[in-house]
Ligand binder design. Structure first.
Ligand SMILES: Nc1ncnc2c1ncn2[C@@H]1O[C@H](COP(=O)(O)OP(=O)(O)OP(=O)(O)O)[C@@H](O)[C@H]1O
Ligand SMILES: [Mg+2]
Length: 258
């Protein structure tokens, strides 16, 4: 067995529509193309990640079985159309778990399950909902690294404090949580506000913000509509280049942070 440290990356931000799901899919797809074996987990009852890559109507098993303790993680891992890229999908029925099963074992379900498979994959990447509820907390309790997308809009810093507090609390029960990084997303170079807020964020968070910026690029949105990865749909697009660069930076962090 290789010298082994699990790499479990949670992408979190309670603000909605800031590119969490897009980043989970695009970073995972970039690594899969490089030959890394990647497992994505969809913990968002909206099931956007699942719908982006699988035939949602045909799904029989999903992550709710794991939260309920009814099935092992291995039995709910699905192949995707892409080599090296796997997913534990979700269905919107997951909402019921948030309401009915807020027990300690539900909060700890991922933390308990992931060590069973983490050795098989180079990276596990977890998508989370736009809230700091059960599913985001359960992902933070299992993660080794947390990546936070920040959109440079007037409200971009709203909620970052709450998220940081939640990460701090998760760390108390999860000493394996090594480090947190941020990246700028949905950047619109035509607006002064995008530039100003990006500078402000960099001056506040310094080297915790990755150099790569994910620009607003229509091909990214179109690729999701076409249920393909950005590298498959528009390999020469700005979006593909941005995510490839970000994947490189994040990979260095995952491999070196300890
Ligand atoms: N770089 C980009 N350029 C253009 N559109 C983008 C880009 N990244 C994401 N989008 C679009 O923005 C929308 C929100 O993205 P996404 O679903 O990834 O956000 P999210 O943070 O996961 O949202 P939620 O909080 O609802 O889960 C989607 O329609 C997506 O296609
Ligand atoms: Mg999402």
């Amino acid at each position: 067995m290789r010298g082994y440290k699990p790499k479990i990356l949670c992408i979190a931000q309670q603000k909605g529509g800031v590119c969490k799901t897009t980043s989970v899919l695009s970073l995972s797809a970039a690594w899969a193309l490089e030959g890394k074996k990647v497992l994505m987990l969809d913990t968002d009852p909206q099931a956007n990640l699942t719908r982006n890559i699988l035939d949602y109507e045909k799904l029989k098993k999903d992550i709710s079985l794991l939260y309920k303790g009814k099935q092992s993680i291995k039995s709910i891992i699905h192949k995707t159309p892409y080599k090296n890229l796997f997913i534990v999908p979700t269905r919107t029925a997951l909402n019921r778990i948030e309401n009915l099963e807020r027990t300690l074992s539900t909060f700890n379900a991922l933390k308990k399950a992931l060590p069973q498979v983490a050795k098989i994959y180079d990276y596990v990447v977890i998508d989370t909902p736009p809230s700091l509820g059960l599913f985001t907390i359960s992902a933070l309790l299992a993660a080794t690294h947390v990546l936070v997308p920040v959109q440079p809009t007037f409200f971009c810093q709203e909620g970052l404090g709450d998220l940081n507090e939640t990460i701090k609390e998760a760390r108390e029960s999860n000493p394996g949580l090594i480090s947190v990084r941020y990246f700028i997303t949905l950047y619109d170079k035509r607006t002064v506000i995008s530039q100003d807020l990006t500078e402000t964020l960099r001056s506040q968070l310094g080297s915790m913000v990755f150099k790569t910026i994910i620009h607003r690029n229509i091909a990214v949105e179109e690729s999701q509509y076409a249920q393909r990865t950005i590298f498959d749909y528009a390999p020469r697009s700005r979006g593909a280049a941005d995510f490839k660069a970000l994947a490189k930076e994040v990979e260095q962090w995952l491999e070196n942070a300890s």
